[in-house]
Write a protein that binds this ligand. Structure first.
Ligand code: SF4
Length: 221
């Protein structure tokens, strides 16, 4: 992917057509049912729950984090621990929306043991679920929470500090966008877990969120 990006437009034209997603014909309930029984990567051995995603399936705004933690693994819902409560506060007190107005998911649907970083083969195996979720929900804006989600959405290795604060074109591998639709834009920002350790960064996140609100208010998506 990185290599493809560097080769640029001429080479892009010569690429093979994109592989059809294994879930191209799945709607969200079918996708969730498939994920709930998934044993495609070793994380299924240690999980308690498959944490698929939650919220408004027609949302203009989607938040994407890295992977479930211990609370999420126990409850089967993304962002319900301390970091999740902070995300809910951002959505409800900051954005004046309800948590149920947006859609919230993670790149990985199962918890990496001890909250270790996801392995690249786990991401490769699991990402078709997220890609299909994005295709079905068709958000106008994706807020990518933290380096990991941002790098996956943008097909880059650049760190979150450099990425945050600006809208980027969504370059997640394999995403199919209907011809009459624009692909979602991506606003990378800090993960709420980072904010718990670095409260001063809340100011930056609020600046990013204000840009998202302005974008949605303009209806430019
Ligand atoms: S992390 Fe994804 S690919 Fe791995 S078992 Fe869970 S749902 Fe399946």
């Amino acid at each position: 992917m990185e290599e493809q990006l560097q080769l640029g437009f001429m080479e892009t034209e010569l690429q093979e057509p994109q592989k059809q997603s294994p879930y191209a014909d799945f709607d969200l309930p079918a996708l969730a049912t498939d994920a709930a029984a998934c044993t495609k990567c070793p994380l299924h051995e240690t999980r308690n729950s498959v944490v698929f995603g939650v919220g408004n399936t027609g949302a203009d705004l989607m938040f994407i984090g890295e992977a479930p933690g211990a609370d999420e693994d126990r409850q089967g819902e993304p962002f319900v621990g301390r970091a999740g409560q902070l995300l809910t506060q951002i959505i409800e007190s900051g954005m004046r929306l309800k948590r149920g107005d947006v859609y919230i998911a993670n790149v990985l649907k199962c918890r990496p043991p001890g909250n270790r970083n996801p392995e690249s083969d786990e991401v490769e195996t699991c990402s078709p679920y997220l890609v299909r979720q994005i295709e079905l929900i068709q958000p106008k804006v994706i807020v990518a929470l933290g380096s990991f989600a941002a790098q996956m959405m943008l097909g880059t290795k650049v760190g979150i500090t450099k990425l945050r604060g600006e809208f980027h074109e969504c370059k997640v591998d394999g995403l199919q966008v209907p011809p009459h639709k624009k692909p979602p834009v991506v606003m990378p920002t800090y993960h709420p877990a980072y904010l718990l350790r670095n409260p001063n960064a809340k100011r930056d996140v609020w600046e990013d969120i204000k840009k998202v609100l302005a974008f949605l208010a303009e209806g430019t998506g």
